[in-house]
Ligand binder design. Structure first.
Ligand SMILES: [Zn+2]
Ligand SMILES: [Zn+2]
Length: 280
């Protein structure tokens, strides 16, 4: 499916029910990898819970009668805000200590600061605003699926941010688009609305550097289908998931599975373009 230059991830099938299967696929992959993995087990277990909460929120948006999102979060806030409580409860129960404490504080706060937090994030997305980012991903994805342009967000322009919502890339992935393609095309996946867009293969997703000598790729035998894509001009990096090597990978989840590679990147002086939802 191609709509105005951005694309929803499940390209095969193209049917509506495949869209809602997006969340099931992420959850199944997270459950599977949480069992397999030793190094990232806790992160993946938490992420699986978070995905379940996001999927539930997405389903309730999708099945809401006589309602479609306006694209303006302030207008849609009365529908979105109630789900924040469910999300906070899950994080308070399953999250890592610092996030769990923050969730508990927000749940018991006397004044409701969450609407402001949500609107702040919407206008100016940041990877450190965990709760708003987690809650608004399903909302923004539903906007994309219903073709509702987001309002009140700055679109930065250029191809290094999402053409639909202006969000920064969470990861890149390689995927064969034509049956005869040998090495695959590269796409970036948006950290805000979870749609993807095409991006040139040998270019830094952070600053646009094109000189091959400035671009480094780092892999470990443990993660054959995941690599660090680092740039020596801006010192930023992003993780790339190679679906031509492992077709059943779910880029969002496998990106977290490959958390040990982030440690390596940080130790070598690189900063991630966008932290993922488990803070790595
Ligand atoms: Zn986006
Ligand atoms: Zn760069």
């Amino acid at each position: 499916m191609i709509v105005l230059g951005y694309r929803l991830i499940p390209r095969a099938g193209e049917a509506n029910d495949i869209m809602s299967n997006f969340w099931n696929k992420q959850i199944e992959r997270a459950d599977y990898l949480a069992n397999e993995s030793s190094g990232s087990k806790e992160l993946l277990t938490f992420y699986a819970q978070l995905l379940r909460a996001q999927a539930e929120f997405y389903d309730s948006l999708r099945s809401r009668k006589n309602w479609l999102p306006s694209g303006d979060l302030e207008t849609d806030l009365s529908v979105v805000r109630p789900f924040m409580t469910a999300l906070l409860e899950i994080v308070a129960r399953h999250g890592p200590t610092s996030l769990a404490e923050e969730a508990q504080t927000l749940l018991t706060a006397e004044t409701d600061i969450l609407p402001d937090k949500l609107l702040d994030y919407w206008r100016n997305p940041s990877d450190t605003q965990f709760f708003a980012k987690a809650l608004l991903q399903p909302y923004a994805r539903w906007l994309a699926e219903t073709g509702t342009p987001p309002a009140g967000r700055e679109l930065a322009g250029g191809d290094r941010t999402c053409p639909f919502c202006g969000g920064r890339p969470q990861l890149s992935f390689l995927q064969a688009k034509e049956s005869n393609a040998e090495s695959g095309n590269r796409d970036l996946l948006c950290s805000s609305c979870l749609t993807s867009w095409e991006f040139r293969r040998v270019v830094c997703a952070g600053c646009g550097e094109e000189r091959p000598a400035k671009l480094g790729y780092f892999q470990s035998p443990e993660f054959n289908h995941i690599r660090i894509e680092a740039c020596d001009s801006c010192k930023l990096y992003i993780k790339g998931i190679d679906l031509t090597r492992l077709g059943l990978a779910a880029p969002l989840v496998d990106e977290i599975y490959g958390a040990p590679l982030d440690l390596w990147a940080r130790e070598h002086g690189y900063t991630k373009i966008e932290l993922n939802l488990v803070g790595v």
